[in-house]
Design a protein around this ligand. Structure first.
Ligand SMILES: [Zn+2]
Length: 437
């Protein structure tokens, strides 16, 4: 260490050996002697000054560039940041716009589906209530059986089961419904925005909605088929009894069910598929309305027998030899014989029009069933109803007897339609069709 520092000192003293600087002014010579130490100190000061100047110069020269570089970096960062922020904002806007589009489409689709559903539900409920009434009527009528008391051969099979509509709608109906549904998707997809995710979501929703539409169309078709089958059947029942159907039922042009929904029964702003649904629905509802009218009418048509107990059919309707005076005369009703004081019952719902004694008929009851129908029960032993009293099917009106112009215990039963006697046997036979195949 001391050797090395001694060497360094020797080098220094060689470089900075003692110097004399001569200076002459005005003929006088001065000299300045500079020791090694002084020279080293001066050199150090000069060196330090040079270093400072160099540093300052570099700083001055490059500062601008450093600032520019720093500025550029921060600008790049700022741009990247704001670009990302903008992207995020746009993504958010896209998502919320997407949500809005999807929600709007969803709301519209749901409104379509639920208005069709509401309509179908009303019709299905109405049809179910008609079926229930018809079942009750069929069950009631089966109690009395046929004209001579024949019981239904196959149990209490109600008409609705006996003549089911086609169990499944025809193939043509299914393909028609599918075709309409496909057209519906196409038209709705065409109307919906074509851009990315919203379009996809809406398309898959439209597909699901179209499947529901198909189901609704098929339900409608099946409902229409059942309603028209039943309507036609009940019409045949009435026709077979000789009842002019148009006198009890007015065919519906525009369905009451549809009108009861309120608003236009065909939405003209709806697409073709929807219009198709509503037209079909109107037709179906009209069939249901007619069925309901027939069911109400048939409820008051005397389709049963005045005796639900064991009985014998003893005398028919029309011209016959009078059992008392032997002359040919018209018999305006039919006669049943049964045990003395057997209950005589109403053959349909109605209001007692007359309860008392009539010349020839003895103790007699007449019931007004509405729609021009009146039934008469004669030769009774006892009357159990009063004029003005409401009666239901198979309510007791009196007891079988032998009063009036009668040769033995029996009930004389008449059906008058607008005052004109009709053959009751045909009505009782028609009643069998309601509960029997
Ligand atoms: Zn008679």
């Amino acid at each position: 260490m001391s050797r090395r520092s001694g060497k360094f000192r020797r080098v220094l003293s060689r470089i900075f050996k003692e110097r004399q600087i001569y200076h002459r002014s005005d003929g006088v010579v001065h000299f300045i002697s500079m020791s090694s130490k002084t020279q080293i100190a001066l050199a150090t000061i000069v060196g330090a000054a040079l270093l400072w100047v160099a540093y300052a110069s570099v700083n001055v020269v490059f500062k601008e560039q450093i600032i520019v570089a720093k500025d550029r970096d921060s600008r790049i960062m700022e741009t990247t940041y704001s670009k990302r922020l903008h992207d995020a904002q746009r993504a958010y806007d896209d998502v919320s716009e997407l949500n809005q589009i999807i929600k709007q489409n969803f709301d519209e689709t749901m409104a379509d589906i639920s208005s069709r559903h509401q309509l179908l539900q009303n019709m299905v409920e109405r049809k179910a209530s008609i079926d229930q009434s018809l079942d009750a009527l069929a069950a009631g009528l089966s109690q009395a059986g046929g004209p001579s008391g024949q019981r239904p051969t196959n149990g209490n099979r109600v008409m609705i089961d006996v003549t089911p509509g086609e169990p499944t709608p025809r193939q043509s109906r299914i393909s028609a419904a599918r075709k309409k549904a496909a057209e519906k998707i196409e038209s709705e997809n065409a109307a919906s925005p074509q851009k990315g995710a919203a379009s996809e979501a809406i398309k898959s929703m439209n597909k699901a909605a179209a499947d529901l539409y198909t189901e609704q169309m098929l339900l409608l078709a099946s409902l229409e088929e059942k309603a028209t089958t039943q309507r036609d059947y009940l019409t045949k029942v009435l026709t077979s009894a000789g009842i002019p159907v148009e006198s009890v039922v007015t065919p519906a042009k525009i369905s009451n069910t549809m009108l009861a929904q309120g608003g236009p029964f065909i939405d003209l702003t709806a697409g073709e598929a929807d219009a198709d649904f509503y037209l079909h629905a109107n037709r179906t509802a009209a069939a249901v309305d007619e069925l309901a009218a027939l069911q109400t009418a048939i409820q008051n048509v005397p389709l049963s027998s005045p005796l639900i107990v064991g009985r014998r059919f003893t005398s028919g309707f029309g011209v016959r030899r009078d059992p008392i005076n032997g002359k040919y005369s018209r018999h305006n009703g039919i006669d049943f014989a049964a045990a003395w004081a057997s209950p005589v019952t109403a053959t349909a719902d109605g209001v007692v029009k007359f309860a008392g004694t009539r010349s020839g008929f003895g103790r007699c009851v007449e019931i007004n069933h509405g729609n021009g129908f009146v039934t008469r029960y004669a030769h009774m032993n006892r009357i159990s109803v009063k004029t003005g009293q409401k009666v239901k099917l198979h309510d007791k009106v009196g007891e079988l007897g032998n009063s009036g112009r009668s040769t033995g215990p029996h009930v004389h039963y008449e059906i008058l339609y607008k005052g004109k006697p009709l053959n009751p046997r045909r009505f009782i036979e028609a009643g069998r069709y309601v509960f029997e195949s």
